[in-house]
Design a protein around this ligand. Structure first.
Ligand code: TPP
Ligand code: MG
Length: 626
């Protein structure tokens, strides 16, 4: 079949499917793209021809920013439990490197995205082409080499003959639950347009089986022995529980054994918030219930978690516990010198439940977990209804959104002070109801991610919680939402600066430096003048989005109701008081403080820092050997 490389690529992608538990999914729901000379004549032409020939095979979506389209693709994949994603095509040079941040986000969060950056001429006939980086020492280097460290698979198709192996390698990694992440296939712009005679079978309907590896019996036995010996075990549920659709298996294991469950950011929603064994958020942004139970735990059973420093409170969360790690990736299962059980979360949890039949923690321990969780929920209730004035506290905004949202609705966030507050305060009622990107915690993900989440789950309402800082970094996909008629409810929390880093700076001895949006003051010469006259509501309205301004919590609740009833994207603007702290679960986070300083605030901060460092553990204790 004689086609260009780009036409062959598009035809191939449209024929790819994933399959798990006997259910088949289209692997690529579509292709985002921004065109330039590096892809318009290649992939652009091919996508257009495909739309005319076979509408729906690989629908094209326009975006405003290459980084944003990768975020949308990653959010889409997360919402679909990694069984479907979107491809992203860019031109060469800046269009390509704009995708590098998105690639890192996808790889850190283990989310499959296929990136197709254009690349320099393979023939070098016109070198240096517009936007080409020239390296005097290495003629085969292009800016796309920057994708290598942030991709789980990288290839560059210098010749048409290489395309089949590049594509098969890419699909394997995208659909491998342990290896998945950003996958980059760089396509020199001349090669994209070059014709070749392809074997017909390259374009056959192809199904990539997404495995559920079962635990090795000996590893399972070691894990069971460690758990049976525990008096105070705690389950730590990570994103793997959700991607593997293991929430039911987790609930059954927890209920049968009485082991309480703490949740990471990616694992939040593993149990509904009001389950008697749900401790809620764990780690640095944890609830007092999870913080206490983790600190006192003797065995920590991590399921589908990569143990980020927020989860381990920088290795201060878990006293002298030993670890049992159930993870589909051996890399994560081996962490903290734990008993490594390499398996799919659902398979592994089922096997653990069976092997632990008849075993349970004591009644007192179950009761302790239930009581502490109930106490935290009272804290949440108070935070939702603080009645702070004149401007509301952020926790009241979170409470209002939680109350107005339906149980299956989705909250999306990524950076700022909201992820931590959402982690401990959001009452999650559905496994897919909480979508906070906290692996890369990338400012600017929120609106783009919300777009991808909504595209993946049109039957749910998506509430995007975005700070003014994140909004200013990337609000461009509001235009895409308008263009595609995608209903997003964006809640823009205006506090005139980086409140999160402001609060952090207080604790590390650089009080509020560089974190407020202020004029440069003529007298001090510093950025501590008046508040900048920024009106982000007007900005959103200028992009074609209807805007509701709320000044009080009451107005906010009414605006959210109206927004929910509205069809299409809408933005609710609310100003909050950046100085109200959220309730604290009592955990710590390691951010090193200057060891010497002439400032008293810094010296005090260093003292507190050194005192807290004492609680850090190496987590090297081997589990009991049997
Ligand atoms: C791309 C990126 N740059 C910098 C940071 C560091 N950072 C984390 S939160 C934050 C401020 C976010 O401001 P805003 O969205 O207004 O939220 P707020 O802190 O006010 O709640 C910054 C600069 C980041 N996470 N991502
Ligand atoms: Mg802010």
């Amino acid at each position: 079949m004689r086609l260009t490389v780009a036409q062959a690529l598009v035809r191939f992608l449209a024929a790819q499917h994933s399959e798990r538990d006997g259910v088949e999914h289209k692997l690529f729901a579509g292709c985002f793209g921004i065109f330039g000379h590096g892809n318009v004549a290649g992939i652009g032409q091919a996508l257009y021809e495909a739309e005319l020939r076979e509408p729906g095979a690989l629908p094209y979506h326009q975006s405003r920013n290459e980084q944003a389209m990768v975020h949308a693709a990653a959010a889409f994949a997360r919402m679909r439990n990694r069984l479907s994603t979107l491809a992203c095509t860019s031109s060469i040079g800046p269009g390509a490197t704009n995708m590098v941040t998105g690639a890192a986000l996808a790889t850190v969060n283990r989310l499959p995205v296929l990136l197709l950056p254009g690349d320099v001429f393979a023939t070098r006939v016109a070198d240096p082409v517009l936007q080409q980086l020239e390296d005097p020492r290495a003629a085969d280097v292009s800016v796309n080499d920057a994708f290598r460290p942030v991709s789980r698979f990288f290839d560059r198709v210098w010749r048409p003959e290489q395309l089949p192996s590049a594509l098969l390698g890419a699909m394997r990694v995208l659909t491998d639950p342990a290896e998945t992440g950003a996958v980059t296939v760089a396509l020199p712009q001349d090669v994209q347009a070059e014709a070749f005679d392809w074997p017909e079978e390259l374009f056959a309907h192809r199904v990539w089986h997404v495995p559920r590896p079962v635990p090795e019996p000996a590893a399972l036995a070691r894990a069971v022995a460690a758990i049976r010996g525990a008096r105070r075990p705690v389950l730590v549920a990570g994103g793997g529980v959700i991607y593997s659709e293991a929430t039911e298996a987790l609930r059954r294991l927890a209920e049968a054994t009485g082991i309480p469950v703490a949740e990471t950011q990616a694992g939040k929603g593993s149990l509904p918030y009001d389950h008697p064994l749900a401790l809620g958020a764990t780690g640095a942004t944890g609830t007092s219930a999870a913080v206490h139970m983790c600190r006192e735990a003797d065995v920590v059973i991590g399921v589908g978690t990569r143990y980020s420093d927020f989860t381990t409170a920088s290795r201060s969360a878990f006293g002298d516990a030993v670890f049992v790690n159930l993870n589909v990736a051996a890399f994560d299962a081996a962490k903290h010198a734990g008993v490594s059980v390499v398996a799919d979360a659902r398979e592994g949890l089922g096997a653990l439940a069976e092997a632990l039949t008849g075993w349970s923690v004591g009644d007192g321990y179950r009761e302790e977990a239930r009581r502490l969780a109930a106490e935290w929920d009272e804290t949440v209730e108070r935070a939702y209804h603080l009645g702070h004035g004149p401007l509301p506290a952020q926790s009241e905004v979170i409470g209002a959104v939680n109350d107005v949202s339906d149980p299956r609705d989705v909250v999306v966030c990524a950076a700022g002070s909201m992820p931590g507050e959402l982690h401990k305060l959001w009452r999650t009622r559905d496994p897919k109801g909480y979508h906070v990107e906290y692996g890369y915690s990338c400012m600017g993900y929120e609106i783009a991610g919300g777009l991808g989440a909504k595209m993946a789950a049109p039957d749910r309402d998506v509430f995007v919680m975005v700070g003014d800082g994140s909004y200013l970094m990337m609000s461009s996909e509001l235009v895409t939402a308008v263009q595609e008629g995608v209903k997003l409810i964006v809640v823009l929390v205006q506090n005139h600066g980086f409140a999160s880093i402001g609060a952090l700076s207080e604790t590390v001895g650089a009080p509020r430096f560089g974190t407020r949006y202020r004029y440069r003051d003529a007298d001090t010469g510093r950025l501590d003048g008046d508040v900048l006259p920024v009106d982000l509501a007007a900005n959103a309205a200028s992009l074609g989005v209807p805007v509701l301004r709320a000044r009080t919590v009451q107005e906010l609740r009414a605006a959210l109701q109206d927004a929910k009833a509205h069809d299409g994207p809408i933005l609710v603007h609310v100003e909050t008081d950046p100085l109200v702290p959220a309730p604290d679960g009592g955990a710590w986070w390691d951010v090193p403080v200057a060891e010497v300083s002439t400032m008293d605030a810094t010296r005090q901060a260093r003292k507190s820092y050194e005192a807290a460092k004492v609680n850090q553990r190496p987590y090297l204790t081997p589990p009991p050997q049997r």
